[in-house]
Design a protein around this ligand. Structure first.
Ligand code: TA6
Length: 286
């Protein structure tokens, strides 16, 4: 992979930046949505799912990769997942062999979103730092309240992990936790299974989840760590979910499992000048 330098990014309207570590691990990040769309660990293969029907460009969220949900996770005053994934972020730091930092503030909200974004009328600066190397990818979202009033938000990093078969994939680490099940009208339930499986559509927010989960996919194990995000989300669209979205192809539901890190149940409240940070770190183990 070879992407533009920071200078070139300023001059051309480059749609993405590639960071390739000395050891060959690489990541591709689109400026639209600050969306990571490819992650290849050293000696490995693609870890992120992107649908062949994914759409790209201004105002569009790529179906796959790692969308950034901010300043709202689910449906609410804003449309589902907020505006950050529909905005063009700016690259503010780039070390081609190590990391990239992208930034978004209120002035970057596109015209088409201004009316809706007025429902969340806060001044902010959000930065997404994406760092790759060895077997790991680390993504940190930082949000600063630059306004004069306290602000409240919910958020998530929403990775679509590529799996060989979602029907046999398992998420370890969520046993015994309370969760909200979107497929049961938002009912609050307790996880009785040892592992979470994906026999079809699954859409749950696990509260106060442990900071280390594992995604088992056949003989492969991905360790998924988080810091600063209390909650975890698991999602698979099932066949009905892929059929009802134009940017999924039939059968995609077998190739993807989302294991997300979020601050969802309890909104983050930031006083003027205060900063919040949340990190998701993914490590390919086998
Ligand atoms: O993170 C899970 C979820 O919020 C699901 O409820 C499902 O809607 C999914 O994200 C994808 O949402 P999208 O708006 O991208 O179709």
């Amino acid at each position: 992979m070879s992407g533009p330098t920071l200078g070139e990014l300023a001059e051309v309207d480059a749609p993405f930046v590639d960071v390739e570590a000395i050891d060959g691990a690489s990541v591709r990040v689109y400026l639209d949505g600050a969306q990571v769309a490819s992650w290849i660990p050293v000696g490995g293969d693609e870890q992120l799912f992107v649908s062949r029907r994914a759409q790209y460009g201004a105002g569009v969220s790529i179906r796959g990769g790692i969308p950034v949900c901010f300043p709202q996770f689910g449906p609410g005053v804003l449309p589902q997942h907020g505006f950050a994934r529909h905005c063009r972020w700016r690259v503010v730091e780039l070390i081609l062999r190590e990391f990239v930092v992208l930034e978004l503030s209120r002035r970057d909200i596109p015209e088409s979103w201004l009316e809706r974004a007025a429902l969340w009328p806060h001044e902010f600066v959000a930065q997404l730092r994406v760092e790759v190397g060895g077997s790991a990818l680390e993504v940190t979202l930082e949000v600063r309240n630059t306004g004069a009033e306290p602000m409240e938000f919910t958020t998530a990093l929403h990775p679509y992990f590529a799996v060989r078969d979602a029907l046999t994939a398992r998420v370890h680490g969520l046993a015994g936790l309370s969760y909200r099940d979107a497929l049961q009208g938002g009912a609050e339930l307790v996880e009785r299974g040892d592992v979470v499986t994906f026999p079809g559509n699954v859409d749950r927010v696990y509260y106060d989840a442990p900071d280390v989960l594992e995604l088992h996919d056949g003989d492969r194990v991905l360790r998924i760590e988080k810091r600063g995000f209390p909650d975890a989300v698991v999602w698979n669209p099932g066949p009905e979910g892929t059929a009802s979205r134009v940017d999924f192809a039939p059968g995609d539901e077998r190739q993807v499992v989302c294991v997300e890190a979020g601050a969802i149940r309890t909104p983050v409240v930031l006083e003027p000048g205060a900063v919040w940070r949340g990190t998701q770190r993914m490590v390919r183990q086998s």
